[in-house]
Ligand binder design. Structure first.
Ligand SMILES: O=C(CO)[C@@H](O)[C@H](O)COP(=O)(O)O
Ligand SMILES: [Fe+2]
Length: 230
């Protein structure tokens, strides 16, 4: 019960410099990013508004890295086709934002994208039990969604362990992503707790060093860490 999965680092552009977005993404790519994470916020599901398909399309034009689109929007089925057409590879919807989650996941798959389902910090692990066999990724939010640069909620470590155990039972190939408050101080611990796709925003874009240096520091801090089932 200790399958290893490749660790992927996914910089979130939410805290990037949007005046120089293409250059910041190029630096992330040079720094070894595996995936680009894009946070879409509608001002209803979360108390913030970010960007929509136009920005996803613009990012698609400047990188070949997979685009991991985190939809923090109510009733996301209304916009799935627009994000798929814009170039998203992964579309992640929130369990709390979907009335018919199974149908929404089916729609994502039919659009040719990988389907992810996200859980807010206060949502029980059990909320994904029935959908787990149908998805490619579960996203555990380790902050309340809506903003970058928030403090990691420590109980997320234990939650990751519980989601990972459920995944091993129901869908062993499913990825486990963690998002919010991750930096060099805790990246190894989230991996030991079961995550294999690690979203990093302010610890890459709002840090003293260059984007490449910050990514190298995160990679170094994660080196050797493996899921330790407890
Ligand atoms: O989805 C979200 C926030 O809602 C995240 O993707 C953040 O953008 C991550 O930023 P940091 O917490 O790493 O600064
Ligand atoms: Fe996110």
């Amino acid at each position: 019960m200790n399958s290893s999965r490749p660790i992927q680092i996914a910089p979130s552009i939410l805290t990037a410099d949007f005046g120089h977005l293409a250059d910041q993404i190029r630096q992330a790519e040079e720094g070894g990013a595996d995936v680009i994470h894009l946070d879409v916020m509608d001002g209803i599901f979360v108390p913030n508004i970010s960007f929509g398909p136009l920005v996803v399309r613009a990012v698609r034009e400047v990188t070949r890295l997979p685009l991991d689109v985190h939809l923090m929007i109510q009733d996301p089925e209304r916009y799935l086709a627009a994000f798929a057409e814009a170039g998203a590879d992964n579309l992640t919807v929130h369990v709390e934002a979907c009335t018919h989650l199974h149908r929404t996941v089916q729609q994502i798959t039919e659009l040719g994208c990988r389907a992810g389902v996200a859980l807010n910090p206060a949502t029980s692990v059990e909320a994904v039990r029935e959908i787990l066999p149908f998805v490619d990724m579960i996203l555990v939010m380790s902050v309340n969604p809506g903003f970058g640069a928030q403090r990691f909620i420590e109980t997320s470590m234990n939650k990751l362990q519980r989601v990972r155990r459920l995944q091993e039972e129901l869908n062993p190939l499913c990825a486990l992503e963690v998002d919010g408050g991750i930096g060099t101080h805790n990246i190894a611990d989230v991996i030991r707790s079961g995550a294999n796709v690690i979203v990093v925003g302010s610890s890459v874009f709002n840090q003293e060093g260059s984007i490449q240096e910050n990514l190298a520091a995160l990679r170094q801090a994660s080196r050797g860490a493996l899921w330790q089932a407890v």
